[in-house]
Structures are given as structure tokens and as C-alpha cells.
Design a protein around this ligand. Structure first.
Ligand code: BG6
Length: 469
């Protein structure tokens, strides 16, 4: 196939993605309640620690709450067609269990969505991105309590109704599989001594599946032309060798993630999980009607994040960890790593896209991808982030290959188009943006926005619908 035959489809949703708790700041303004992110001082892997909450960088974010107009104008200058962000649950229901929503919080997102519309940017909204009201953790035990499904449904119906004329693309939970790796962030779970942790995590996941299906149902009722997706952290995994044991280990590692999209996209628990539950002494409490609900309200598209691939091995000598985000794995000798040890693998994106499309035959949406790196401001005030351009270009080239393979890809929102607080380490110096934000790890700085070299590169990518990479 010749190069000019490989192209991104018309109407492709080019843009960027952020999450409320990593950009907004203003953690106690506008009637907002405390969320799990507000009490995770060292990022999503850190356990609940209220005593340190005053140190938390998320509290100030990058001040998007007050600067959204300026930031959206910069996104528009880059030509964004779409902007993914999340609604902070605690701006709408500060403790999670109120009967009535907080009008000031609802108004804030009206303002954001109106601003996007002014610039013809399609909002892509995550209903819950790595946070939930702390009230639901303290008073109900987080997602292991079935009651939280009702609170989520009320919250989801509230925002779906309120923004029905403004938002068409939704996602129910960010990286829903993360409940297994960061249970406090993913599920508001705090374990008791001696508790069967695995059971609690899978029970919480079941409640999220039910909540997600209820949100899909509500979304389709309230906004007939809506597109409601799931969102997983893709963990494409290679076997270290062709040894059958390694191949099986890779398959099982992948399935620990694909299980989530299997339930949300196919509408049923797969057989391999039933076996896993049996062998791991896990029993999930389900209500009558849950299975029917899951079956009838599957997602319209598969959203996923992709930063790296994983490798699985059964050889104890290989088991020196490669780093990687939350998910670890062994080091792949054929790949280079980012400064944070994430193994860079553009071809893995093509493989991921093909795997997901072969499996679900539903439209795919890359809702996160990018390189977290330290940026230097040169003496002349510029930021020459060629490493970021190279990473993004290489991944987009593979996305284009996947489209040529027949994959239906509807959009690409790179992670952190403007620098933001990192989720795994709560740092500012791990930067993803096309736009630099003057703020350091200690929270110092003016928050001034500066365009990096990648800004005009991405502008050109979008202007040519990905012809010029
Ligand atoms: C994804 C999350 O896991 O990765 C984002 O959905 C997160 O919230 C992103 O920020 C990058 O991870 P990090 O740790 O570099 O911020």
C-alpha cells in the first residue's frame, strides 16, 4: 500500500486529554468536596493519608479552574477537534450521597463546555477519572459497597441530563482495570487487617461494571445520539520467549485487563475469569438482573490509554522488574525506556489496535498516549522537545498503519496537551504537554503557559489530518 493511501479518516477527533483532578486545582472552591485524589499526596499508588493533604500538588493543579479560557484558546490554536477531560464528582456531589447536586459545580462545566463549543471543540467526558468523593470512602467503604452504584447512577444521570445538548462522547470510568493495581484510587478501597483483598477488588469491579452499564443505559435514553465508551489501560503483553509457558503467561496477563473490556463491550463475564475466581477463592455477590443489565447495555466504543507494552516470562532470572507504570512486567531487551522506565513501543500500538478491533469489532478511540519527560527552557526561552515529537510521531505512524489494516479508529487525544500533575508520582516535572506550565514539584512558579516546539508540530499534524507527521 502506498504512503498516500494510508490516511486518517475524515472527521477524525484530534485533540488532547486531561483529568479534572490533575489540572483544575481549586480543590475547595465552588462548593467542591474532598476526593480521593485530594488525599493521595504521592500519587495514585500512595495509600489514603489525610494528615498530609495540605502538601498535595493536586490541590492547586495547574489552575485550569480559573484559566480554562486561556487554555482552551491555546488548544483551539493547535486546531483541536476534541478535548477530553473529566467531571470532578465532588464538584457535583461534594460528599457523594447528597440528594441534590451542587449548582456551582454544574455551572463550572457548563462554562467549560460552552467555551469549547465557541471554538468548535468536541468535549469527550470521563464521568469518573481516578477519584471519587472521600465521603463515599469514609461512610460507605468505597466501591465494595453496592450502595455506591446508586450514588454513581444519580451522579451520572445528573450530568448526562444537564449536558445533554453539549456533550455527545462519554466514558464511564477511566482505566477501569486500575482498581486491581491502585485500589484506593480505582475503587476507594481501604483494606482491613486480614481482609481478602482480591475479593474486595473484584467485588468493587463488579459494582463498577453495573454502574457503568446503568450509565450507558441512562446515556442512551437521555442523549439518543450519544457515544458511551469504556476506558482501559491497555496492557499488550509479549511472551519473553516462544516457550509455551511464557506464551500462556502473556495471554493471562493480557486477559487480566481484557476481562474489563470483555464485560463492558461483550456484556458478560468470560469463562476464563470464572475459572480464575474459583481457583483464587473469589466469590462475587451479584444481584438478580445484573447479568441481564450487563448484556443489554454494552459500550459503543472502546477507549484506551497506551503508553508502553509489557513482557511476560516464567523464568525467575527474567523477573528483574522493568518499571512500567502500575503494571510492571519484565524488561523487553528490544525496547528503550523513558526517563520513568516506561518501555517505548510504537509498534505495540498497532498490535493493540488490531487486537482490540479483532476482539470487539467496535470503534476504537486512543484517549491517552504520550511521553512524560523533563523539559528544559533554553536561554532564548524556547523548549526544544524533539524527544516528545519523535515519540508521538512514531505512535501516530503506527496508528495510521492500523487504520490501513482495517481498524476503525475514531480519534486520538494525546495525554496532557498542557503540562499537569502526574498521576503515578504526583510530580510536576514529568511533563507531557505541547504547552509548558511554569510550576515545579514544590508548587512554586507563576503558572505561565509557554508553547513548546511540539505545539506547532501538532498544529501541523491536525491541519493536515495526519498527512504531515
Ligand atoms: C494514565 C492515567 O494512567 O496515565 C492518567 O489515566 C495519567 O491520569 C497517565 O496521568 C500518565 O501517567 P503519569 O503517572 O505519568 O501521570
Amino acid at each position: 500500500m502506498s504512503a498516500h493511501e494510508k490516511r486518517f479518516p475524515e472527521g477524525f477527533l484530534w485533540g488532547g486529554a486531561v483529568a479534572a483532578n490533575q489540572v483544575e486545582g481549586a480543590y475547595n472552591q465552588g462548593g467542591k468536596g474532598l476526593s480521593t485524589a485530594d488525599v493521595s499526596p504521592n500519587g495514585i499508588m500512595s495509600p489514603f493519608d489525610e494528615s498530609k493533604d495540605a502538601l498535595n500538588l493536586y490541590h492547586a493543579g495547574i489552575d485550569f479552574y480559573h484559566r480554562y479560557k486561556e487554555d482552551i484558546a491555546l488548544f483551539a490554536e493547535m486546531g483541536f477537534k476534541a478535548f477530553r477531560t473529566s467531571i470532578a464528582w465532588t464538584r457535583i456531589f461534594p460528599n457523594g450521597d447528597e440528594e441534590e447536586p451542587n449548582e456551582e459545580g454544574l455551572q463550572f462545566y457548563d462554562n467549560v463546555f460552552d467555551e469549547l463549543k465557541k471554538h468548535n471543540i468536541e468535549p469527550v467526558i470521563t464521568i469518573s477519572h481516578y477519584e471519587m468523593p472521600l465521603g463515599l470512602v469514609k461512610n460507605y467503604g468505597g466501591w465494595k459497597n453496592r450502595k455506591v452504584v446508586e450514588f454513581y447512577e444519580r451522579y451520572a444521570r445528573t450530568v448526562l441530563n444537564r449536558y445533554k445538548d453539549k456533550v455527545k462522547y462519554w466514558m464511564t470510568f477511566n482505566e477501569i482495570n486500575v482498581v486491581l493495581h491502585a485500589p484506593f484510587t480505582g475503587g476507594g478501597l481501604v483494606f482491613q487487617e486480614g481482609e481478602n483483598k482480591k475479593n474486595a477488588m473484584y467485588q468493587a469491579a463488579h459494582h463498577q461494571f453495573v454502574a457503568s452499564a446503568l450509565a450507558v443505559k441512562a446515556g442512551h435514553e437521555i442523549i439518543p445520539d450519544s457515544q458511551i465508551g469504556c476506558m482501559i489501560a491497555a496492557t499488550t503483553t509479549y511472551p519473553m520467549t516462544p516457550k509455551p509457558e511464557d506464551v500462556l503467561a502473556a495471554l493471562e496477563k493480557e486477559r487480566s485487563t481484557l476481562f474489563f473490556s470483555d464485560v463492558q463491550a461483550r456484556g458478560a463475564y468470560p469463562g476464563y475469569m470464572k475459572r480464575f475466581f474459583k481457583e483464587n477463592d473469589i466469590s462475587i455477590e451479584m444481584h438478580p438482573g445484573d447479568e441481564k443489565l450487563l448484556k443489554e447495555h454494552t459500550v459503543d466504543y472502546i477507549g484506551f490509554s497506551y503508553y508502553m507494552s509489557m513482557t511476560a516470562s516464567t523464568d525467575p532470572e527474567d523477573l528483574a522488574k522493568s518499571g512500567g507504570n502500575l503494571l510492571g512486567g519484565v524488561k523487553n531487551p528490544y525496547l528503550k525506556s523513558s526517563e520513568w522506565g516506561w518501555q517505548i513501543d510504537p509498534k505495540g500500538l498497532r498490535i493493540t489496535l488490531n487486537t482490540l478491533y479483532d476482539r470487539y469489532q467496535k470503534p476504537l478511540f486512543i484517549v491517552e498516549n504520550g511521553l512524560g519527560a523533563v523539559d528544559q527552557i533554553e536561554e532564548d526561552g524556547t523548549i526544544q522537545d524533539d524527544y516528545r515529537i519523535n515519540y508521538l510521531r512514531d505512535h501516530l505512524m503506527e496508528a495510521r498503519e492500523a487504520i490501513a489494516d482495517g481498524v476503525e479508529l475514531i480519534g486520538y487525544t494525546s495525554w496532557g496537551p498542557i503540562d499537569l500533575i502526574s498521576a503515578s508520582t504526583a510530580e510536576m516535572k514529568k511533563r507531557y504537554g505541547y504547552i509548558y506550565v511554569d510550576r515545579d514539584n514544590d508548587g512554586n512558579g507563576t503558572c505561565k503557559r509557554i508553547k513548546k516546539k511540539s505545539f506547532s508540530w501538532y498544529q501541523q499534524v491536525i491541519a493536515t489530518n495526519g498527512e504531515s507527521l
